[in-house]
Design a protein around this ligand. Sequence first.
Ligand code: 13P
Length: 251
Amino acid sequence: MKPLIVANWKMNPLKRKDAEVLFRRVYKGVMNVNNADVVICPSFVHLPILGALARATSVRIGAQDFFWENAGPFTGEVSAGMLQNCGATFVIIGHSERRLYLGETDTMVNKKVRMAVGSGLMPVICVGARMRGREAPKIIARQLRAALAGVVPARAQNIAIAYEPIWAIGTGDPETPEGAVNVRAHIKKILVSLFGVQKGGVIRVLYGGSVTAENAGSFTGSHGAGLDGLLVGGASLKSKEFADIVRAILR
Ligand code: 13P
């Protein structure tokens, strides 16, 4: 199983030109890496240009969100097919910022997950509690079971889960590698209970929240805690740091 490193550019950068330059720099930094899947998730408006640029590269493109219907009267929304026509093969679903600011619920997340797996987009499903503590595993289990309701085992290998504790996002205070690996085990157990050992066991579980070039290797790679990849926010906007993160997890 190759590690999966996903860059979530969130609502950055402002200009198309800057997105293009950042993509080219990132690509230059990771172009010799072939034992990891590297995915960049720009804003919707930069997807067409990045999708075109990425076509000739090993870097894959993902969206940060989408809608659960194919077409119709859904003002402001974007469908799976539209994303795929722009070259996207991945989509982040249920990010805590969408749950917090856009009112995204477990039910909405589930509809998106089912649409993604049905249309061949690989969902990166985000789960994580607001606070540290005893409630966190229960919240994660609820989010995960709700997100995956109705997904058949045959489609399960086309899914990735990102453990993103909300308190660690953008704070410079990451989860400990031990904490992340414990949550990975908790998530894996649920995945195996839902999909069986063979299908559930191969689903990649990523960590996200204040990942930097300095701490990336402690979560992943042969010397790391055993996570299957990373979901990177702020540090993915710095091309050199992001390339260092990718290389760190391959050590
Ligand atoms: P930071 O890496 O900026 O903490 O963001 C994490 C995140 O939310 C990625 O989806």
